[in-house]
Design a protein around this ligand. Structure first.
Ligand SMILES: [Zn+2]
Length: 417
């Protein structure tokens, strides 16, 4: 059997034929070169408008890298023709196996992009003996195609989240679809300003924005302002994940300052290594941690009182009626305001100020999946960490869409992996 036979099975072109193949020995190892030519009497198609036109001339032969076979690099060799297009002028012909000036065949780009979902980009480059840049271009192609072909209909619930992506408080704004039937990253923007989120709504369009029923976000003022303006009809929910994150942050602050105070006062360092103990949900603690927590609770420390206030707040989410939840919220805030623990009081003041939006949680119950924003937040952070080495914002954006965008892929072609 000839290689041509296999190629015709996996990637057949109507207007081009595989002519011959040869194995070439190079310093980097053997390379398989496959020569292609246009079918006799076929007219080249304009790469701008895809219409056939008369041939103008033929350019020098170009190499297009194809999916490797048995660890052997494979290249297509073809001398593209130029078309004298009546609509666009003289242009290079359209080739079914590659796009534009790309040196990668489309099949190989999809192959690398699929692997880049399972392995880090660096690993993909190593395994297939290619460069990081080539893997990046492959992923970029997959993301561009997916974003151009994704279905944005029937989006009723979105979540707005922010993630720190560089040292020194540099943030990204991420917008997710959080419908129960479809969850994915929709949009990424630089910073977390009013302008940032306005950028999302401009991209999303008026019609789709008007169809939104639920928007979940943090209590971040610029977000609140834009959501009130651009999706006024939607039930705006301050979601559980973000509220609990504010409480965790407050406990962290209380603990840090109390550790310092104990140390300077010459007391026993009872709070040493207690950070995770206090941030974890009690049901997730190990037996050893449970014992330590029980010991810790005996001290009348601010940290412990803050911790107990936070744990008590968990009851809030269990209410069925927003009325009783509202009563609970008020009692909790009152008690917290009397606690004389400043970081906790700050959270209580914030919760009071946003009471209606917080109680919207109960109006949206069941309509949006509650853990989803938290899940995406963790995955986004992981992607950012894994992608450390992306110095550019664009690289980060491509990595996030590739990992979290649930983007479509073209159908009907042979799957090389
Ligand atoms: Zn044309």
């Amino acid at each position: 059997m000839q290689i041509k036979t296999i190629l015709n099975r996996v990637l057949r072109h109507s207007a081009f034929v595989y002519v011959a193949e040869r194995l070439v020995e190079t310093v980097a190892g053997p390379t398989l070169e496959v020569q292609l030519r246009a079918r006799a009497n076929s007219r080249p198609r304009c790469s701008r408008c895809d219409r056939p036109g008369p041939g103008y001339d033929t350019l020098a032969q170009r190499r297009f890298e194809f999916v490797p076979l048995w660890g052997i690099k494979v290249f297509f060799l073809y001398a593209p023709r130029r078309v004298s297009c009546t609509h666009c002028g003289v242009h290079v012909e359209a080739l079914p196996w590659a796009v534009g000036k790309h040196r990668l065949t489309t099949a190989y780009a999809w192959f690398l992009a699929r692997w880049a979902k399972r392995l880090s980009w660096k690993e993909v480059a190593e395994v297939f003996q290619t460069s990081w840049d080539i893997v990046f271009h492959a992923v970029e192609m997959a993301v561009d195609w997916g974003r151009a072909h994704q279905d944005l209909s029937a989006i009723t619930a979105i979540g707005v989240d922010e993630v720190q992506w560089q040292r020194g408080h540099r943030y990204l704004t991420l917008v997710y679809q959080i419908d129960t039937h479809c969850k994915r990253l929709l949009w990424v923007g630089k910073k977390r300003k009013v302008k940032t989120l306005l950028g999302f709504f401009r991209w999303f369009g008026k019609e789709r924005s008007a169809a939104l029923q639920f928007v979940a976000s943090d209590m971040w003022k610029p977000y609140l302002r834009v959501i009130a303006k651009k999706a006024a009809q939607a039930v705006h929910v301050l979601d559980r994940f973000h509220i609990m994150a504010h409480l965790s942050k407050a406990i962290d602050e209380v603990r840090a300052s109390e550790v310092k105070a104990l140390k300077s006062g010459g007391y026993e360092p009872v709070l040493k290594d207690s950070r995770w103990l206090l941030l974890k949900r009690p049901e997730n603690l190990s037996e050893k941690q449970e014992i330590r927590l029980a010991e810790l609770v005996q001290y009348n420390l601010k940290t412990v009182r803050a911790y107990l206030l936070k744990e008590e707040f968990q009851f809030f989410w269990g209410y069925k009626s927003w009325y009783w939840a509202g009563q609970f919220l008020e009692r909790w805030c009152k008690r917290t305001m009397r606690s004389r623990i400043e970081p906790m009081k700050k959270v209580a003041r914030m919760l009071r100020a946003h009471r209606p939006l917080i109680l919207n949680w109960f109006r949206a119950k069941g309509a949006i999946s509650s853990g989803i924003v938290e899940g995406f937040n963790n995955k986004a952070k992981l992607s950012i960490r894994k992608a450390y080495g992306f110095r550019t914002y664009h690289g980060m954006e491509i990595a996030l869409f590739h990992a979290l965008g649930a983007l479509p892929e073209p159908e009907g072609t042979h799957r090389f992996c």
